[in-house]
Design a binder for this molecule. Structure first.
Ligand code: MG
Length: 380
């Protein structure tokens, strides 16, 4: 079995009204999404996505002629692309989707088959004042979610703590709450500094009083000693690692025991490597629950790996009723990935269960790239 063609469709959904994400320096007016299809000489097609594949185009011929079933060999090739280009991991998503079809198995079976479902946590994206946050979290609770993650402003200490207190007082003890401060990385153009350890500790202690399940990215990702100090204080679980890029960095976070909750996103750092990190973290009694805030394909890829390896206890379901709806998030899928009774269920379809809405691809496509034995063609 050989790979004969790779097709990349880059699409953009206009967002009107825009979505105001807490981590974006300006409101988001388009949602980008990419579909990559890997085709073999016997006509099988694997589908992937979850990141843009920018910069990866000229390296696509490295996979032409390769046997997709030899996954470790292909992952090693993808790691070499990652050195100088954008993140290549949506290609690995397509390879696993393909293998699931070749072997007639859902991918979560191939990743261990530990569980076929995970409790979803509603991952809000916008910051709000206390009153609006209470209203939104109560609505999410009424929708059947067992857990919800809030975005709070690390630089407004009193407001952050007061908002978390108001939410806990309103929802009671029955809803698990997480808090993301988004201090580990910055979007392009945002040069704001992270808060320091002293402020992070005050927030952590206040959140512990509210029985918050984890505090995510309270400090810059590179502040290893600060994260260690915060963890040593031990008041609340520390989560992080979502945008970590390489296997070595992910491994370092496990070896140095930097987080209670490891969150590497499989479409940003790999599925097969992500499984290894998950296994190591779980073996040490830490949590593995990947970031999924990309699109529906990225959500499905992370769901299959997390369910297969037995991660959890919750998985991120990007959902904000004020701007990041399932229809926007999953605009390239025939139907959005749904939560039923608070659960994400993986299902038994071979592969990743990705059903692409071809009309949506055609309608929103801004570029198509095709790699084959004849080279790489770009079509706008
Ligand atoms: Mg996060």
């Amino acid at each position: 079995m050989r790979i004969v063609r790779i097709t990349v469709d880059r699409c953009e959904l206009p967002l009107d009204p825009p979505f105001v994400a807490s981590w974006d320096p300006v409101p988001r007016t388009v949602a980008p999404a990419t579909v990559v299809r890997v085709e073999t000489d016997d006509g099988a097609i694997g589908v992937g996505g979850g990141d843009t594949l920018h910069g990866v185009e000229s390296y696509l011929p490295l996979l032409i002629g390769a046997d997709p079933r030899r996954i470790e060999a292909q992952v090693r090739v993808l790691e070499t692309i990652d050195l100088l280009a954008g993140r290549p991991w949506p290609l690995e998503v397509a390879l696993w989707d393909l293998m699931g079809q070749v072997y007639g198995q859902p991918v979560w079976h191939l990743f261990g088959g530990v569980s076929d479902r995970l409790a979803a946590y509603a991952s809000l994206g916008a910051r709000r004042d206390a009153e609006a946050m209470v209203e939104t979290v109560c609505a999410v609770h009424d929708d059947g979610f067992a857990a919800c993650k809030l975005r709070l402003d690390a630089h407004r200490l009193d407001n952050t703590i007061a908002t978390a207190q108001a939410v806990r007082a309103a929802v009671g003890p029955g809803l698990a709450l997480m808090v993301d401060l988004n201090q580990a990385w910055r979007m392009a153009g945002d040069t704001t500094s992270s808060i320091d350890v002293a402020v992070a500790r005050r927030i952590a202690d206040a959140l512990a009083e509210l029985d918050v399940t984890w505090l995510e990215e309270p400090l810059a990702a590179g502040d290893h000693t600060g994260l260690a100090a915060l963890r040593a204080a031990g008041s609340v679980r520390i989560a992080g690692g979502e945008l970590t890029r390489t296997f070595d960095e992910l491994l370092d976070a496990v070896v140095t025991d930097r987080y209670d909750v490891h969150q590497p996103d499989v479409v940003l750092s790999g599925m097969w490597r992500g499984r290894t990190i998950a296994e190591l973290a779980l073996r040490r009694g830490r949590w593995y629950t990947p970031h999924t805030w990309t699109d529906g394909i990225g959500l499905l890829a992370n769901l299959h790996v997390c369910a297969g390896v037995g991660g959890g206890p919750y998985l991120e379901y990007p959902y904000d009723p004020d701007g990041w709806t399932p229809n926007r998030r999953d605009f390239l899928l025939r139907a959005p990935v749904e939560v039923t009774d608070g659960l994400l269920v993986v299902g038994e379809q071979p592969g990743l269960g990705i059903a692409i809405d071809e009309d949506a691809v055609t309608r929103t496509r801004i570029e198509r790239i095709v790699a084959s034995g004849r080279g790489v063609e770009r079509r706008s």
